[in-house]
Design a protein around this ligand. Sequence first.
Ligand code: FES
Length: 451
Amino acid sequence: DGTTLDDLINRDMNEVSLRVMNDKELYELEMERVFARTWLLLGHESEIPKAGDYVMRDMAEDNVIVSRDRSGEIHVMLNVCPHRGMKVCTAEAGNAHAHRCIYHGWAFRADGSFIGAPIEKEQMHGSKRSKDELGLKKARVHLYGGLIFATWNKDLSFEDYLGDAKFYLDQLFCRTDNGLEMLGPPQRFVLPCNWKIPGEQSGSDGFHTLTLHRSLMEGGIMGGTAESIYDTAPGMYGVDLSVPQGHTLRCLEAAQTFKMFADVSFEGKSTEERLNLLPPPGITKDLIPQLFKNLSEDQVKQLANIPPQVGGMFPNILIAFIFAPRMDGGASGALSLHTYVPKGPDKVEFVNFIFAEKDAPEDVKRDMLQNAIWSTGTSGTIEQDDADTWPQIMRNSRGHMSKTITLKYQALHGHERPEGWVGGGDLYPGFTKDDTQWAWWMAYYNMMADA
Ligand code: FES
């Protein structure tokens, strides 16, 4: 309708029109310029350990089969039969070395290649295509710490997608010998809102924790007390960071965060002593030597002192690495990833993946699972707050007058490198800010503007 991207995203004022949350044309462009061009998280290899195992997932609105073939390789292919467009696989998960379309019987291997059709002589009579051309359309696949990413983009390397965020994300996903294990199938529910409403929040919105989730802090559920809210909340201090790709993280002072649960002092202690005193959530003392083996010295030092805890990977992944008190008084935690999968301009599927270290004892895994369910699970105390708020923003985006409102990102302080900081990216030390969320919008702007 003549509206430009600059009309919707005002880079001089650092404001975004509420209209972006409810625009069919913009949504179609997002499918093409964002979701078809970037890497998307689909699951974890521990979900499909055996040859023939598969799960069904979505890359935005494209349904895909994620499967493991006989050689152990993982493939991601469009679940659209090249004959007449039917779903080739209709189950959510299972084990099959071949998928046969129920419509006319065309069959495909676990790597997507075409096997054949029933009464093949007749069905293929007159075909202008060879069998090689009749396989399922395949996406490129990359495994990162066992996480399954896929893209339709032929050019973007996974390294370029991660950029400087790799230094920090390795500390969560690539730190032990046998890596992570997904605890059960993902939890899913559909919310009536645009994907960018949770998406921009995943750009490390720290402020909403203090208000929307205030009752959780007051009740001690997220640690802290009624007295340690707002500017005295320890969880609000640390170093926020962003990279041009739109990935963001909030790294929180471990000693401060731990103080919400236990009275400890890190003073004068080495990295190893600090880790042994209070291992990061999900890491048992037995696993600490593996951190030194799999990560660089600088990465382990950061993990011990100011670990990355919450944030997001552009465009639609939330990372929640949560400290949680245990009944026995020790510190445990949860590691969850959400994806916000677009299902139309006004609908998003919230998918919650829950993890623990594969080599952690069973009781720690159970603890991590419980913590993740009660905090960031689909019925979790944190997500209930968010799941009430996001649809209300969506509803407002439909009002004639409401569309004139802009979203304001005024708490911008600019980046500043703390002394001795080793990792890359733009850094924003101190109290939480809006800089990372604005960086999220700038990544969005750049992808959308690139025709
Ligand atoms: Fe699949 Fe015809 S649509 S075999």
